[in-house]
Structure formats: C-alpha cells, structure tokens
Design a protein. Structure first.
Length: 407
C-alpha cells in the first residue's frame, strides 16, 4: 500500500511540478515585460525617410519602459531619481532581450499598436543582487479591493467593472495591472466604503474584505470640477481598518491622477513589507484551514500560552480560511522553528515556508485534539479502569466467600 501511495505521489509531482515551473516562468516574463502605446508616426513602416526618427522615438520609448520597470520591480521612487537608476534608464536598450509590435484593440476593433519590451530578467536580477537592489517579490504583493466613485454634475457613479467597460474616460485598471498589483474591483453596490475617516466604517471595511478575500481596501472619489479640472480623494485601509495612507490631489489629467495614486499605494505596500521583514525577533505565521472564528481564537490562545518563548502574539490578518499572526519571540529562531515543526495543531510546510527565514506557512491539522479533551479522555479512562478494578475486586471477594451445607 505504501509503495502504491509513493508511486501516485511521484506521478502527481511529475505532472504538477512542470505546471508550477511554467507558471512561475510566465509570471517572471510578465514581470519583466513592459507594454507601451506605439504612435502612428512610428507604426508607418512605408516611409524610409523616417527611419532615424523611428529609431530615436523607440529609444525614448524603451527609456520610459525601463523607468516603469524599475518602479514595478522595487516600488521605490528614490531609485529612479538616483544616479544608479538614471544609469539603467539611459542605457535601457542594453538591458533588452527583444521587443515586438502587437495590434491594440478596443471593443474588438484594432485602433493602433502597442510595443512590447521584454527585458533580460536574468541579467537584471544578477545586476540588482550585486548592487544590493531589492526586488519586491510577487508573493508579498497584497491583494487589494478597489472601490471607486466618479462625481460629475452632482451625480455619483460607482465604478464597477461593468461601468468601467464603457466609462473608458475614468477606467483606472491599466495602472494596477502595469504595476503588477493583485486587485479586485468591487462588484456589489451595497455597503460601499467611501474615502473618509474609518471610525464609522470599520465593520463595513472588514466585512467587505472578508467577503472578497482581499487584504487591503483602496477607496477613492474622483470629482469633476469647473474648467476641466478634477479632484481625487483616496484612502488605503488594511484588514484591521487602519489607514495605511491617504491623499487629496487636483489636476487636469485624470489618468495622471490615477497613476500617482497607484504609485503611492505601491510605495506604501513596499515600505510595509520591508518593515515586516526587518523587525528583529519578529516572525509571521500564515495558517490555512481555519474555517471558523473559534478555531482562530483557539490558535491565538495556544500561541499566547507559549511563554516565555513568545513574548507577544498579534492577529494581523484574516480571510475566509486563512489567518496571519505576527509573533515576537525570545532567543534563537531555530528554537521557534523546531517547536512549530512539532506542534500537533498544525502541519508544518517546509517546501513553501521560511520566506526570508522570518515567515512560515502552516496548515491547520484537522486531526488535532485539544489538550483538555485529551486530559478529559485520560481521566475518563482512569475512572473506568478504577471502576473495572473495583468490580474485579468485588467479584474476587465474592468468589472467596466459603460456602457449605447447613447441618
């Protein structure tokens, strides 16, 4: 039986692992590919006299693409402004693997072309490693729920996917997609969260995030003003309804306002991720399989009982069946790691754990039995054994009583 199970496991591994590898490779290609609009003056290949102008404009496009790539990879505007970043931008063409043109469609109709710049991922990552430039990992990019509204002439319109498909003038979705932010546009028009102080919205924010299985909520309001101007107010909330960032800006270009908002959101996420990794003696536990609030509470109780190894335990994230705990531990990290591996309440997953040695992925053990249940069962067993022993003693005494016939 064991041999059969091993063969099945190996078969699944050989079938599934290439898919995972291919998916990872695809994500990396997408991460290092930047798409830019390709103007009509460049797309006209029938005019040889414009060959130099075409080359110059492609050079300009590839520099813009490198600028987008640097921010996408790091989320740090300081890099773009630095001498090191400017060197990457000025020599962007040297980092290209290839580029090609593709038609750009709107409502199924070709309206122009896009130019796809594929940068050399291996060379850039090697250069970043030598220069100590940290890439913001895809797995650390939080899922974000977006609730946006557009106010024009006193009328308020909630920007769902359906609305954005025909209101292309306020369609912001290209910005999070370009920055590789995992996001979801709110579809339900009920319980909408507006960009205001969360004191009155805390439960609504948490309920919306739990229902959508997202980690953060970006709420914005774009207001049309006289003389072609616009005002954009936005708030970024986390799972506990805390305001991570907010802003209010004005301008004439709606897409520029959206671009600035999402760049600030990314920068906020990057700073938050860096803080989580850098804090000394702090680790995160990502636990799946916790399908009820009682299980989450019980796990928190079990963790808090591990004194003095764990000096502080905080529930910092929760979704449908997953909870994230932030722990402050005393002493060597290996001691905590060994305890997690032996903890009967969870199954330790070494294959996908230890992100930066300070984050661990665990799965709730459905066969786990609470200690008090084990203790109660033990006491019940002891009582039964004691009763059985007493019954046997009484039976033996009864058998030892002499019997005889009366004379």
């Amino acid at each position: 039986m064991r041999s059969l199970l091993q063969k099945i496991a190996l078969f699944v591994l050989f079938i599934f692992q290439p898919f995972v590898y291919a998916q990872t490779q695809l994500e990396e290609v997408n991460l290092f590919t930047v798409v830019m609009p390709y103007g009509e003056e460049l797309a006209n290949n029938s005019k040889p006299a414009n060959a130099n102008a075409k080359t110059n404009q492609i050079d300009s496009k590839v520099q813009q693409a490198m600028q987008k790539l640097l921010f996408r990879l790091t989320g740090r505007p300081q890099l773009l402004e630095s001498k090191l970043g400017q060197n990457y931008i000025n020599n962007a063409k040297n980092w290209l693997a290839n580029y090609h043109l593709k038609p750009r469609y709107e409502d199924g109709v070709a309206v122009g072309k896009n130019i796809h710049f594929k940068f050399d991922a291996h060379r850039i990552k090697s250069a970043f490693a030598k220069q100590r430039i940290q890439i913001w990992p895809l797995h650390m990019r939080p899922r974000t729920l977006i609730m946006g509204v557009f106010v024009q002439q006193g009328s308020l319109q909630k920007l769902t996917d359906e609305t954005l498909n025909y209101r292309v003038d306020v369609d912001y979705r290209a910005h999070p997609e370009s920055l590789r932010i995992p996001y979801m546009v709110a579809e339900s028009r009920d319980n909408w969260v507006f960009p205001v102080d969360p004191d009155q919205n805390r439960s609504t924010i948490q309920e919306a995030l739990l229902a959508a299985d997202q980690q953060n909520l970006l709420s914005f309001k774009l207001i049309s003003q006289p003389q072609g101007r616009f005002k954009l107010d936005w708030y970024l909330f986390n799972i506990t309804s805390k305001v991570m960032n907010k802003s209010s800006v004005q301008g004439t270009d709606r897409q520029a306002l959206f671009a600035n908002m999402f760049e600030q959101v990314v920068h906020t996420f990057v700073k938050h991720s860096a803080t989580q990794i850098i804090v000394k003696n702090q680790v995160r536990l990502n636990v799946t399989g916790l399908e009820t609030g009682n299980l989450v509470d019980r796990m928190e109780t079990e963790l808090k009982a591990q004194q003095p190894m764990l000096s502080e335990v905080m529930l910092t994230g929760i979704s449908r069946d997953r909870a994230t705990f932030t722990l402050e531990h005393q002493g060597d990290l290996d001691v905590l790691k060994n305890w997690l591996q032996s903890w009967s309440m969870v199954n330790y997953q070494p294959g996908i754990s230890e992100v930066g040695e300070q984050e661990f992925d665990l799965a709730y053990n459905t066969n786990w039995i609470p200690p008090e249940v084990i203790e109660a069962r033990l006491k019940q067993q002891q009582r039964q054994e004691k009763l059985l022993k007493k019954q046997r003693s009484m039976q033996k005494n009864a058998e030892d009583v002499p019997t005889g016939n009366a004379q």
